[in-house]
Design a protein around this ligand. Structure first.
Ligand SMILES: NC(=O)c1ccc[n+]([C@@H]2O[C@H](COP(=O)([O-])OP(=O)(O)OC[C@H]3O[C@@H](n4cnc5c(N)ncnc54)[C@H](O)[C@@H]3O)[C@@H](O)[C@H]2O)c1
Length: 256
């Protein structure tokens, strides 16, 4: 929660990946706080559904169809957000995916490139697009979605994804430190398994569910709201000395 009541009222956040899962849950939470929410996603219908929910809570929303792997599309997203709301305080890069599971020797160029285009390029493009505006107003908070996977390395199924999320952690660190005295904070979040469509494949396999749960002392998956509330805290005025690092949210486990 913010230190100042109504801290978020009238301020604007862009959320990529807002059509689903963690992005959508975070959009609802910022709407609850009275923020303007730009709901960006490659899934236009999903982005619109999230925007309707934000409007339903009495906050203002803008739904945008955006493929974050296109620098041009990401730049246009930021221009449209600024045209709609005048200024921009927060960016949450939630769009991301492992694309598909593959053993290390089965990772081909196409899978590697797609995974990096989405998780790494998309995050970098959005940070580069918002930073000039944030620097001009001497304030801005960027939150990027990493994953526990970057600590585990994704053995047996997702080294490509783990490496991409490792790059997200590093980029966030670098941006935070480069602009630390310019009013900019940047943080990343590294969750364990969270109950969203991202986990649909795992959830269809009792054996995989058991493997995940055996490694989580709390004995359950996280809920997307449990990440969204952290994004709210990170963006708030309650933690002005907090920048650069990744925060693990994993029920105590996910290290195997
Ligand atoms: N759910 C988990 O267990 C988990 C764990 C660790 C990290 N993460 C990360 O959290 C983030 C959110 O995941 P989620 O669980 O909400 O998944 P999700 O699949 O529910 O949502 C991801 C969203 O990203 C959007 N997207 C995909 N490609 C896009 C593109 N090119 N341009 C714009 N949008 C695009 C999808 O349409 C979808 O709405 C991802 O970065 C994911 O890697 C998830």
């Amino acid at each position: 929660m913010p230190k100042t009541p109504d801290y978020f009222a009238g301020k604007t956040i862009i959320i990529t990946g807002a059509a689903s899962g963690i992005g959508r849950a975070t959009a609802r939470i910022f709407a609850r706080e009275g923020a303007n929410v730009v709901c960006a996603d490659i899934n236009e219908a999903g982005a619109q559904a999230t925007a309707s929910e934000v409007n339903g809570k009495g906050s203002q929303a803008l739904a945008l169809a955006v493929d974050v792997t296109s620098r041009q599309a990401v730049n246009a997203m930021v221009e449209r957000a600024l045209a709609a709301f005048g200024s921009l305080q927060f960016l949450f890069n939630s769009a991301g995916a492992a694309i598909r599971r593959a053993k290390f020797l089965e990772i081909d160029d196409a899978l590697l490139e797609k995974t990096f285009a989405l998780n790494v390029n998309g995050t970098l493009y959005a940070m580069q697009a918002v930073l000039p505006h944030m620097l001009a107003q001497k304030h801005g908070v960027i939150v990027n979605m990493a994953s526990m996977a970057h600590r585990r390395g994704g053995p047996g199924s997702s080294v490509h994804y783990a490496a991409a999320k490792g790059a997200v952690v590093s980029m966030t660190m670098g941006v935070a430190r480069e602009y630390a005295t310019s009013g900019i904070r940047a943080l990343s979040i590294s969750p364990g398994p969270i109950q969203t469509p991202f986990q649909a494949a795992a959830q269809s396999s009792p054996e995989l569910i058991k493997r995940f749960l055996d490694d989580i002392p709390m004995g359950r998956f996280g809920e997307p709201e449990e990440i969204g509330e952290l994004v709210l805290f990170m963006c708030s005025d309650a933690c002005p000395f907090m920048t650069a690092d990744t925060v693990y949210v994993n029920g105590g486990g996910g290290w195997r």
